[in-house]
Design a protein around this ligand. Structure first.
Ligand code: GLV
Ligand code: MN
Ligand code: MN
Ligand code: MN
Length: 405
């Protein structure tokens, strides 16, 4: 391996040295959160940083025509590659670790293997997937869905961001779509990720292995009424979509609680968005998740029915559009069991979506979680200690060593 500065010091120090290189990129100084939208300036800088890190490790970088980047130790054409990695993009004002931790850990794990003199008999790859959060174009895990064929390239090409820029324009081309050759060369995928809840704090463990991802999806609720004057329109004469929207937010919370599920309306658009006008239209995006697919379906169905009844009473109209759905993911039980035995750590399900969930329908896939002391994620409060991150790197290095021999 080429000699570079991350060689020195303890593993937590080496983690911090590498982490400090990308920590300032895309950070908003006011909130401390990150604005790393896919193919915008900060995310492009992270991609350049990735290429540079790969070059320092003599790992050639390939792109798959869907915006996903791969760095290779060994020739991927040999097949049965062991892949590790995650994503660089963030939600609006997201945390530092969600995504980049998996990529930085994979780079450091490769360093660990080389320090230990491991000579892999399988190619080892590091991946940075595009648009995992769906924060720019609305569809989460966009890069992995395109690669696996779960999303049609024509549908992806036409997605637009909030400024009207299409995905094809941002990528510079129509996405290539499913790549069975590349996918067929991957024998296993391991995504390390910061934990996004409090389970590892409660379990007093720095690392865990994932068992499953809850089924989840996004639905757009369009409420249409009639724009009118706030001062002169009698209350009885209004057709106010904000009322139907407000009812729906409360109903989503209630329906989720009834089922031990999760429902969130975290994004809203109001038109024309004037203080002194009854709105013409309100659009709210529902994010719903549950442990079981039937529970999720029942939740969305019940909410749609209740919101439609309320729209009738308010004299408004409602249309509901499914934007994306991810089925229940059960990670490869053999692989998860192997990792649990190797690392002696807890095994947990999660309600968060990941590229690993998309890959798992095609490739034996596993996830490692690193403890998050605040238990908060998709927020600047997300955190992880250098020691726990180093424990994650060490765990990933053990897993890669085991898999690539
Ligand atoms: C992605 O982080 C998601 O689970 O929404
Ligand atoms: Mn996320
Ligand atoms: Mn993530
Ligand atoms: Mn995610």
């Amino acid at each position: 391996m080429s000699s570079h500065s991350v060689e020195k010091g303890s593993l937590p120090d080496r983690f911090r040295d590498l982490w400090n290189q990308l920590a300032p990129i895309g950070r908003d100084e006011n909130t401390g959160g990150y604005l790393r939208y896919t193919w915008t300036e900060p995310e492009l800088r992270l991609r350049d940083w990735f290429r540079d890190q790969a070059a320092q490790r003599s790992m050639p970088v390939t792109e798959d025509g869907n915006g996903n980047l791969f760095a290779w130790w060994g020739d991927p054409a040999d097949g049965n590659a062991v892949l590790a990695g995650s994503h660089f993009d963030s939600v609006p004002h997201g945390g530092a670790y969600d995504g980049p931790l998996g990529i930085v850990s994979a780079l450091l794990a490769v360093d660990e293997l080389r320090r230990a003199g491991v000579a892999p008999t399988r190619p080892v790859g590091i991946v940075a997937f595009a648009e995992e959060e769906g924060a720019r174009f609305g569809v989460p895990c966009l890069g992995s869905r395109l690669l696996t064929g779960a999303l049609a390239p024509d549908r992806a090409a036409a997605l637009v961001d909030q400024s009207g820029v299409s995905l094809a324009e941002a990528l510079g081309d129509r996405p290539a779509g499913a790549d069975p050759t590349l996918l067929g060369r991957v024998g296993a995928f391991v995504e390390l990720h910061v934990e996004q809840g409090r389970a590892l704090v409660d379990l007093d463990s720095p690392v865990a292995v994932a068992s499953a991802i809850w089924p989840h999806g996004r639905w757009r609720f369009d409420f249409t009424g009639e724009a009118n004057h706030a001062g002169t329109t009698r209350m009885a004469d209004r057709r106010d979509p904000m009322l139907t929207y407000a009812f729906t937010v409360l109903a989503a919370n209630k329906e989720a609680r009834l089922r031990d599920a999760h429902a969130t309306i975290g994004r809203v658009r109001v038109e024309p968005n004037a203080t002194n006008a009854v709105p013409a239209r309100v659009t709210g995006w529902l994010d719903a998740r549950a442990a079981e697919p039937d529970t999720l379906a029942a939740l969305v169905e019940a909410l749609g029915t209740k919101a439609a009844e309320r729209a009738h009473r308010d004299g408004t109209q409602l249309s509901v559009t499914e934007e994306s759905v991810t089925p229940l993911v059960g990670f490869d039980a053999g692989l998860a069991g192997r990792l649990r035995d190797l690392l002696d750590v807890p095994v947990l399900p999660t309600g968060a979506g990941h590229d690993a969930g998309v890959l798992s329908a095609h490739v034996p896939t596993a996830m490692l979680f690193v403890r998050n002391p605040t238990g908060v994620s998709h927020s600047p409060a997300e955190s992880a200690t250098d020691e726990d991150c180093a424990a994650g790197v060490a765990a990933l290095a053990r897993v890669l060593t085991e898999l690539c021999r």
